[in-house]
Design a protein. Structure first.
Length: 330
């Protein structure tokens, strides 16, 4: 803040710099990823927040230490500048008082039966919208896969697709390129960096002869940040999400020279989540964000998405409203 280090965000919470000291704080979340409590390293509650269904916080006795930190509903940052109290979802700002995004859904034509300003198809108890757009989470291990010819260990990433608040998956895939050999698991290819990447599918894969999602930069160009085999930062071109070669566990089974690949046994179900109305059925009009994470950060996100999906698939059974014929007064 103002050029001075104030916070370091972590997957569990954040670290606050206080002079020469660094104080650790931890989030307690619910099934939707809402930060309900913030604890310090001694286990004391420094912030507590309860929410109405669409994200407005409950006032009075239900709130404690609201100015301590701004990451609250869905783990998003509450922007209180000018008194707006909007949440920053990346692609769009969200007004929890109205239960509406402040700008139109860029994918409105895909969900024509729902208001282009609606949040989670008006189902905030059972759905999430991580970015305000469709999103893909590629959650991989922290080290390269062991390619030694053992079948079934080619794809180490768990992949989820979130569309209009509903989580689909998991699918098996990988964010790592092929190895050099079955005895040398280093690579000669670049590896796409962790972080968020925009995607479309206007070009497909292999010149549009196969289905593929295309990673693009903010200008729509097919460029992505990556790391070369020597650990240097590079700009990668034409990084796609496409089918892998096999799950035989060999050095080339992933079929990747830097792309994200999907296990062939999962690829049809994975691609069913996207629009393929273009030429040859291999391109389309889908857009969104791909989040690539590896290691402990990926594990934390995977746990959160599993809990949210489990809730979606097994929500609380509503209590039926009794009819007049079933009410008896004694």
């Amino acid at each position: 803040e103002d050029g001075v280090l104030k916070w370091i965000l972590t997957e569990e919470g954040y670290v606050e710099k206080d002079g020469g000291n660094y104080n650790h704080y931890y989030y307690l979340k619910d099934h939707l990823g809402n930060n309900r409590m913030v604890l310090n390293s001694a286990g004391n509650i420094v912030q507590a927040t309860n929410y109405y269904p669409f994200g407005a916080s409950m006032a009075g006795e239900f709130e404690t230490g609201q100015e301590k930190q701004p990451y609250k509903f869905n783990g998003k940052e509450l922007d209180r500048m000018q008194g707006l109290d909007w949440y920053d979802y990346g692609a769009r700002m969200y007004n929890p008082t109205m239960g509406r995004f402040t700008t139109m859904d860029p994918l409105a034509e895909k969900y024509y039966s729902i208001s282009p300003y609606a949040y989670c198809a008006n189902n905030p108890i059972n759905a999430i919208d991580p970015t305000g757009m469709d999103s893909i989470h590629v959650l991989d291990q922290g080290t390269r896969p062991l390619d030694n010819g053992t079948a079934g260990q080619t794809y180490t990433a768990t992949i989820y697709v979130t569309q209009n608040g509903t989580i689909y998956g998991p699918y098996n895939g990988s964010s790592y390129p092929n190895s050099k050999s079955n005895t040398d698991n280093s690579t000669k290819y670049n590896t796409v960096d962790e972080g968020d990447h925009q995607y479309n599918n206007t070009s497909g894969h292999s010149g549009g002869t196969k289905k593929g999602l295309n990673l693009v930069d903010s200008n729509g160009n097919r460029n992505s940040p990556g790391t070369d085999p020597d650990g240097n930062s590079v700009t990668m071109s034409y990084v796609n999400v496409h089918s892998g070669a096999s799950d035989n566990g060999n050095y080339s089974s992933r079929g990747s020279q830097g792309c994200v690949t999907i296990n062939p046994s999962d690829v049809d179900n994975f691609f069913d989540n996207f629009n393929w109305s273009g030429s040859g059925g291999n391109t389309g009009t889908s857009t969104g964000t791909i989040f690539i994470q590896r290691g402990s950060e990926a594990d934390a996100t995977k746990t959160r998405l599993q809990e949210q999906q489990r809730w979606q698939q097994n929500p609380l059974v509503p209590i039926p409203t009794p009819s007049l014929t079933t009410i008896r007064i004694r």
